[in-house]
Write a protein that binds this ligand. Sequence first.
Ligand SMILES: O=C(O)CCC(=O)C(=O)O
Ligand SMILES: [Fe+2]
Length: 373
Amino acid sequence: MAGSTMASKCPVRSTGTNEFPVIDFSRYENDPHSVSSEIFDAASQWGFLVLKGHGIPKEDVDEMFCLSEQFFRQPQKVKQEKWLNMKGQGYDLKESVIGVHEACCFGNVADANLTSPNFSSWWTPERRKRIEQFRSKCQLLSNKIFEAIALAMGLSPSTFIEAHSPHKEPGNALRLIRYHPLAAPPDPKFPRLCEHTDWGTMTFLFATTPGLEVRTPGDKEWVVAPVVEDAIVVNIADGLALWSGKALKSTLHRLSWESVPFDRERYSMAYFINANADAPIKILQRASGTGEGMLRFVETPLSMSATFGDYQAVRVKMIEKHDTHITEDELRVDPKFLEMVKNIGVAHGTGLSVEEEKAKEEADGLLDAAQVA
Ligand SMILES: O=C(O)CCC(=O)C(=O)O
Ligand SMILES: [Fe+2]
């Protein structure tokens, strides 16, 4: 389990945009090959990048932050009218080893949040409509990035998109987050947000103030991700690390009390992208003998057949057992499959190459992949 208080006592270096990958996506249409290879390089070395020129209007992002602030300013009783459910909809409050923050999460298939009964009465039809319109813009952007990544890997452009229909469960989730101020220092065991890797396929992070800490390539140190105006932080999550045979990296990240002290607040928004529950898990591998500067990945057979839905159910169980309003019954999964996912080594975030990772696994025995997301 992550969230070690030891690590959070170490000083955390700030990074500049000359070190952390920053990519201007407005060049993609005219120059798809070089932009997609920049994205692939950042995603395989850092697992994180800052994306400028992404096309989501600034006014829309500002409006989402405005809704978020208004909602979190409501009395606690109003906010917690509906707690987060299994469809990733509702209010979530964490003060535990997972972290100290509150969130309102809009998950499930496109437009499901227009009518879901699992939101506080504060969320009027008009406000829900704006949320769904924003989710739809994020979803269209995610398709473009998936296309770019497929292009860089020598795959059909629709390879990842086909497994990400917005009309299929579990859908993508927009999580409005507030790291709330506390009246007194927290329990020393609680981090602001524990070290974790995300468990979907890709995540967009929106923030106007720094605080997000990321492990550098080679897993050497924590650095604070730079905040670039009107840009989005994009990170690869475990599902895509698994799918790409770990060519794309799912990197550990967190928030420490040094970054967001107990008496301060910070707002952010995370858009978690998930593969469709019925999409079969596939593993890609780099094909040998491809030309200079060209990558080509091919599918390799998987020892047991499983879907992303099987995988997601297991990851939810790994996370939600810590503190939750979800019952044990709802979290029931096949114990054999749970064991397989724990041992598969997807939630790695170690910064090691595939070969190094393999050698380490052999040396250490099977990795415990039970990172929380
Ligand atoms: O708030 C942030 O900047 C990061 C949030 C995050 O990593 C998460 O919710 O998974
Ligand atoms: Fe995360």
